[in-house]
Design a protein around this ligand. Sequence first.
Ligand SMILES: O=C(O)c1ccccc1NCC(=O)[C@H](O)[C@H](O)COP(=O)(O)O
Length: 213
Amino acid sequence: MAAPLIKICGINDPAALDAVIRARADYAGFVFFAPSPRNLSPATAAALAARAQGHVRKVGLFVDADDAVIADAVAAARLDALQLHGGESPERAAHLKARFDLPVWKALPVTSPADVAQAGAYAGAADLVLFDAKTPKGTLPGGMGLSFDWSLVAHWQGPLAWGLAGGLTPENVAEAARLTGAPLVDTSSGVESAPGVKDAGRIAAFCAAARGA
Ligand SMILES: O=C(O)c1ccccc1NCC(=O)[C@H](O)[C@H](O)COP(=O)(O)O
């Protein structure tokens, strides 16, 4: 089985970005969502994006954001993909894909087979679905370090590309990748020492474990 692609989300300072580049992750995630401890201003994102350019692809994460917020982030950070982590409909995903001419990733919270089946509705509208844990009401819709029952998405065969997120760590990512066959794995909390504070050693360990090294 091929090693999964790797996304490290919630990059918010140069040291964390350098760790992601050193570990040869495929994607760095920039969070544009004010309530998040990982939130970035467009100006900070622009500086990080300049450092990332040519080394790692940049995914902008948004939660039910309006077009103007996304436009500012796309322009500042020269994003390579948009990750939608709220309640965005297939129509909204298709609109953003067309407007920004960028791949769109749609995160879907999973607790049941019916949640997984929702992914089909995004075929053609999004490029990738990211199966993630459902978070408790009143908390962030992602980035909480919670995992879900991986058997629900094991070897998922659907009409679009997919990835696995939610509570992945250096300690469990190899098992998650083996059980699910996920083509992409995504982590944030699992490589932090505190919310919003990335740990370079854990980023390196996560990437090595995901690759089976
Ligand atoms: O990271 C955040 O603060 C965040 C806020 C709002 C929506 C999503 C958010 N993060 C999503 C991710 O970082 C990942 O795509 C995924 O949910 C994994 O997070 P974690 O369980 O912390 O590894």
